[in-house]
Write a protein that binds this ligand. Structure first.
Ligand code: NAD
Ligand code: UFG
Length: 338
């Protein structure tokens, strides 16, 4: 298939481009490089042996999308492009609503105009808010999102649902990711956060490499086995392969479908710290701090629907994720910028 990948130079996008190319698909990437580096695609080409066509386009720019999509016959779009920093979204809500929602609407209009009515969207477990039922299945009611970033995922899901209701020719797969970590086994592509990392694993790897003195563990008084927050960490390569499997649903003309992509295992912050230390033989100093505003105590997936319908399940374990995250960080102490 010929696939348009928005946000394809980013963390999850670049890993997905590898898996798409390995599965024999043709890929065209658009990205405005607001949170990524084009070098990632050069690395992808080294891994797969195939160049990746790249266009520097902001997805809010309807005319550029119109031209690109009009010149190509895309079978499907995989839509990663978006801003994703939870804290920043609280201080700059309009930037997030403009970028993520207006960008998605422009993209959908351009796809619709050229009759490409197949899309896979990067949604998030954050749409469940503080989940009512654990493990979280797709039937779990959506909860109140505690930040504008989460709201954009919720609103985009609603927009896509309305679009499908208005025109059943659309096939739309909403993938709700749990917590992606890890990196490609080659150590050539990985997560390259700007500034101080918000997320746990990039913070741990920066402590391990000596860029940060210690990890702050946010909260040790949750109702969990060791008091720290529990999440469903998923290897980014497993997540990337989930998109290749989701193309099957598109080919089967699925209409609107929602899938959780997680492992089904919940690990606490201290479980991850200890797994990282054991997998890599590196000590991670940490100190216990108060809870972080907006965090939920426990979040892990029931991904049995993805297994049943898409034939997908996560193959890598926490040790693999810790080993590959460290391999990427060690080989690229400053990410893509040498
Ligand atoms: P990322 O920042 O590495 O990738 C997103 C890419 O989108 C970047 O390359 C950025 O430059 C690009 N982009 C942003 N706005 C754009 C615009 N207006 N036009 C064109 N390109 C634009 O993030 P990621 O971790 O790879 O996340 C990919 C998607 O998955 C995002 O939509 C994110 O919200 C979603 N998601 C991520 C996580 C996670 O923990 N990483 C969890 C759930 C969902
Ligand atoms: N944590 C720390 N110290 C840190 C960073 C995180 O203790 O320096 C803890 C958090 O309190 C939480 C756990 O590690 O208990 C995971 O936190 P992350 O920031 O890595 O991930 P979140 O679960 O908060 O959110 C992530 C993405 C969201 C996405 C969600 C999907 O940031 O965009 O996963 O489940 F929606």
């Amino acid at each position: 298939m010929k696939i348009l990948v928005t946000g394809g130079t980013g963390y999850i996008g670049s890993h997905t481009v590898v898996e798409l190319q390995n599965a024999g698909h043709d890929v065209v990437v658009v990205d405005n490089l607001s949170n990524s580096n084009e070098i990632s695609l050069k690395r992808v080409a080294k891994i797969t042996g195939k160049d990746v066509e790249f266009h520097r386009i902001d997805i809010r720019d309807f005319d550029s999308l119109d031209e690109l999509i009009g010149k190509n016959h895309f079978d499907c779009c995989i839509h990663f492009a978006g801003l994703k920093a939870v804290g920043e979204s609280v201080s700059k809500p309009l930037d997030y609503y403009d970028n993520n929602i207006c960008g998605t609407v422009a993209l959908l209009r351009a796809l619709n105009k050229h009759n490409c009515k197949n899309i896979i969207f990067s949604s998030s477990a954050c749409v469940y808010g503080n989940p009512e039922i654990i493990p979280i299945s797709e039937q779990c009611p959506k909860g109140a999102c505690t930040n504008p970033y989460g709201q954009t995922k919720h609103f985009i899901e609603e927009i896509m649902t309305d679009l499908h209701k208005s025109d059943p020719d659309w096939n739309i797969v909403l993938l709700r990711y749990f917590n992606p970590i890890g990196a490609h086994q080659s150590g050539m592509i990985g997560e390259d956060p700007n500034g101080v990392p918000n997320n746990l694993m990039p913070y741990i790897t920066q402590v391990a490499i000596g860029k940060r003195a210690e990890l702050s563990v946010f909260g040790n008084d949750y109702d969990t086995h060791d008091g720290t927050g529990v999440r469903d960490y998923i290897h980014v390569v497993d997540l990337a392969r989930g998109h290749v499997c989701a193309l099957r649903a598109i080919t089967d003309k699925c209409g609107l479908e929602i899938f959780n992509l997680g492992t089904g295992h919940g690990y606490s912050v201290l479980d991850v710290v200890h797994a990282f230390e054991n997998a890599n033989g590196v000590k991670i100093p940490y100190s216990l701090k108060p809870r972080r505003a907006g965090d939920v105590p426990v979040c892990y997936a029931d991904s049995s629907k993805a297994q049943r319908v898409l034939g997908w399940h996560a193959e890598f374990n926490l040790e693999d994720m810790c080993r590959d995250s460290w391999n990427w960080q060690k080989n690229n102490p400053n990410g893509y910028s040498k």
